[in-house]
Design a protein around this ligand. Structure first.
Ligand code: ADP
Ligand code: MG
Length: 744
């Protein structure tokens, strides 16, 4: 039988193995399995950093046995039937260590015999879930594979070992499951590699030769069974190139297609936009003017705009979007603004209506003739409100429609949707944006706004088919926010913190207190299994502070007498709106909230923010949060309260946030510390499965070069007729694109 990448694994592997690969890892074909790359390579004596393990993580570590200690213990009398005690059981504790001497405990119940093979000095791979017990990290009943004994025992012995290649250099460690550990995956891959001939190479020959890239087959073999570090590096480079080229070809082609589409042109100028501009109480910033011109020209063009607008918190993106919306409305089109939360949608609606003044009173007595209406549609609208809004949308009475994903539902019919604005885009799935765009008769113009700065290569990949604009300066007259780190355990500092809040309130201002957790029902349930019972620790870290608890404490002491409001994601929409309104009009002095306020909430009178357990937030998140204060003419103050010890990496992050208000600088720092998957975000699952080796952060050179190659290839041969192998991969990924790409 000839085997190729399409061959089903069950035809070449045993039933048990192929089922475990399919069920546990979703690997069904030879191609799937060969595309399941090792996530790292273990080496004897390697510096597996046992200090960097995270509780709850499934890990495979290479480590050396230090000691095996037989013990017995009496199970705790809890759980099933509440029987007290139980008969004593065997417990084997095995201490393993990494090269640097950091240790990890392995526990085995009723398997005392393992002490015979887990002898001091042996190296092994140990796989399991990291748990914590009495402050120590451990793996409970790990799977393991011992490595060939050291050369001390003589070459003859180690040659006999089934895992002799360990004595060589690099052992692939695969993402694994409890059903199929990494060494069994490796075995399956070996079997397949020995049977399969080199597959056809999808990369253009000229490119391969010019860049001296390995052939596809060689690269697959070397990535799974590297001969050396050099060979592995070459294999990975080649496979990354393939990922990058396919991805960029999809994006470049989409961009070209979109550029060829016809859209409604909305000329610049008009009575409504001019009336609005003449009433603005302030001058546009230089950036707002420049980006505004770019957008205005594109709206006036024949092809749909696809633009990403990045701008730091408070840089005035909403105003840029509103001016663009008015250009569309002035010429008979409608504009929709999609916001990620009800709080934000309601706030956008309020501030747009406010900025427009009587220009938002279309159809009312005494309103100027050019006026339009601004509709708000969220999931919490009553049936009657909804009917009114739907009618305004359908008849084009409302030129501007603001809403949450409720805008996407069936039954929301636009008379003439010409422009879609998506605010804080990273909160949306792509399907949702597509659903809104599908409500337009012709491809609408699209503006995506984000306050999270995105490095160039990420923008090129995740938003590779959008043009990009940046607002780099803040409007004049802003007072900078002063940020300080406050040690939670220092009573005097804490007292001073709450006094500062009181002072702000006494001066007529308002404040936020932010906590990482809601509280109430978000307790984790404990499984009844042995490991969980055992992992119940005395010395565990306390849970993160919760808004529902904190507000009670503050009410009773530090902030007694002030008017406190509670806001978190689990309140119903009416309640959220009521609280936000109360805060906006100054009926609430201090808002105790979760990160629901992170994005876009705009109350210029708020001047102070206290973030509790600040180390639990990301750098960019803290920057977004503090952007909520100092939005008016009074100086803003942000206090980051934390238990993080001086010099710890958490504390360094907080110090970084305190040291600068440059959002782009902080975003870069944040990215360095985040994992690749987080960079892509939750909405990009389709891309995550395509981009396996390529790092959007570290492989900037490959990504940029692949972009240039793809532009040339697609420019010369849009259908890739001359590169059928590549065309198949590009079409496959394009077919998946709804899962991850901005719809063009
Ligand atoms: P972003 O959405 O970029 O975070 P917003 O559009 O919400 O920022 O603007 C923040 C605040 O700044 C709003 O109150 C807005 O009215 C105000 N603003 C916008 N542009 C200017 C400007 N050119 N001069 C002064 N204030 C401005
Ligand atoms: Mg905003």
């Amino acid at each position: 039988m000839t085997i190729g990448l399409d061959t089903r694994l069950r035809e070449v592997l045993g039933k048990k193995t192929s089922e475990a690969l399919s069920e546990g890892l979703g690997l069904d074909t030879v191609g799937d399995l060969l595309g399941h790359y090792p996530f790292r390579y273990a080496q004897r004596g390697e510096r597996t950093d046992l200090g960097a393990l995270e509780i709850g993580e499934e890990v495979t570590v290479a480590a050396q046995v230090r000691a095996a200690i037989p013990k017995s213990f009496v199970p705790k009398g809890r759980g099933r039937g509440g029987r007290p005690g139980g008969k004593p059981r065997d417990l084997l504790e095995v201490i393993v260590a990494d090269e640097a001497g950091r240790t990890l405990t392995l526990t085995f119940f009723n398997q005392a015999w393992r002490a015979k093979e887990l002898v001091a000095g042996r190296w092994g791979l140990f796989a399991g879930k990291v748990a914590q017990f009495r402050g120590r990290l451990q793996l409970n009943s790990p799977q393991y594979q011992l490595l060939a004994e050291d050369a001390v025992t003589g070459p003859a012995d180690s040659a006999a070992s089934a895992i002799e290649e360990f004595a060589g250099t690099l052992i692939p460690v695969y993402p694994a499951t409890a059903e199929i550990p990494t060494w069994n995956i490796a075995k399956a891959i070996h079997t397949v590699l020995d049977m399969v001939p080199d597959p056809p190479d999808p990369l253009p020959r000229s490119l391969r030769e010019r860049l001296s890239l390995l052939g596809y087959g060689t690269a697959l073999r070397q990535v799974h069974r590297p001969d050396s570090h050099e060979a592995l590096g070459a294999a990975r480079r080649r496979l990354k190139w393939q990922e990058a080229l396919v991805l960029q070809a999809v994006l470049v082609r989409r961009k070209a297609e979109a550029a060829g589409e016809a859209a409604t042109a909305y000329p610049r100028g008009g009575v409504l936009p001019e009336a609005f501009d003449s009433r603005l109480p302030f001058a546009l910033t230089e950036g707002q003017r420049r980006v505004g011109d770019e957008i205005a020209d594109e709206l006036a063009g024949e092809h749909p705009m696809h633009r990403l607008l990045q701008g730091d918190v408070g840089s005035g993106k909403t105003l840029v979007a509103l001016r663009a919306m008015l250009q569309v409305v002035a010429h008979g089109g409608q504009a929709a603004l999609l916001a990620p939360t009800e709080v934000l949608a309601a706030q956008h609606h309020r501030s747009i209506v406010e900025m427009l003044g009587d220009l938002a009173r279309g159809g009312e007595l005494g309103a100027p003739p050019e006026a339009t209406r601004v509709a708000l549609l969220t999931g919490s609208a009553t049936a009657a409100q909804r009917r009114t809004v739907l009618d305004e949308v359908k008849t084009n009475t409302a030129g501007i429609v603001v809403g949450t994903h409720a805008l996407l539902y069936d039954g929301v019919d636009f008379a003439d949707l010409g422009f879609v604005v998506v605010d804080e885009q990273h909160r949306f799935g792509v399907e949702q944006r597509d659903a809104l765009r599908a409500k337009a008769d012709r491809p609408p113009h699209t503006l995506v706004m984000t306050a999270t700065p995105i490095p160039r290569t990420v923008a090129m990949t995740v938003y590779g088919d959008l043009e990009t604009s940046r607002l780099t300066e803040l409007p004049a007259g802003r007072t900078p926010i002063a940020t300080h780190v406050v040690p939670y355990t220092d009573q005097r500092w804490m007292a001073r913190t709450w006094n500062r809040v009181r002072e702000e309130v006494a001066a007529g201002r308002q404040a936020y207190v932010v906590c990482p957790r809601v509280g109430e029902t978000d307790q984790k349930t404990n499984g009844g299994d042995e490991a969980a019972a055992f992992a119940e620790t005395d010395g565990d870290k306390r849970p993160p502070l919760a808004v529902v608890d904190v507000i009670e404490q503050l009410r009773g002491s530090a902030l007694s007498g002030l008017r406190l409001g509670l806001l978190h994601g689990r309140l119903d929409a009416d309640e959220k709106d009521r609280v936000m309104r109360g805060y906006a009009v100054g009926e609430i002095d201090v808002l105790v909230a979760t990160t629901v306020i992170e994005v876009g909430v705009n109350v210029p009178n708020a001047t102070a923010m206290v973030v509790l357990d600040a180390e639990r937030f990301g750098i960019s998140q803290l920057h977004q949060l503090r952007g909520r204060v100092g939005r008016g003419s009074h100086p803003g103050l942000c206090l980051l309260v934390s238990e993080a010890a001086e010099g710890s990496s958490s504390r360094e992050r907080l110090d970084a946030v305190a040291s600068t208000t440059d959002g782009f600088a902080l975003a870069e720092l944040d990215l360095e510390q985040r994992r690749e998957g987080d960079v892509l975000g939750a909405a990009q699952s389709g891309m995550k499965s395509h981009v396996k080796l390529l790092s959007l952060l570290k492989d900037a050179d490959i990504i940029e070069a692949a972009r240039a190659e793809a532009t040339e290839l697609i420019g010369a041969d849009p259908e890739l007729k001359g590169e059928p192998g590549l065309a198949v991969l590009v079409d496959d990924l394009a077919a998946d694109r709804g899962e991850f790409l901005e719809k063009g």
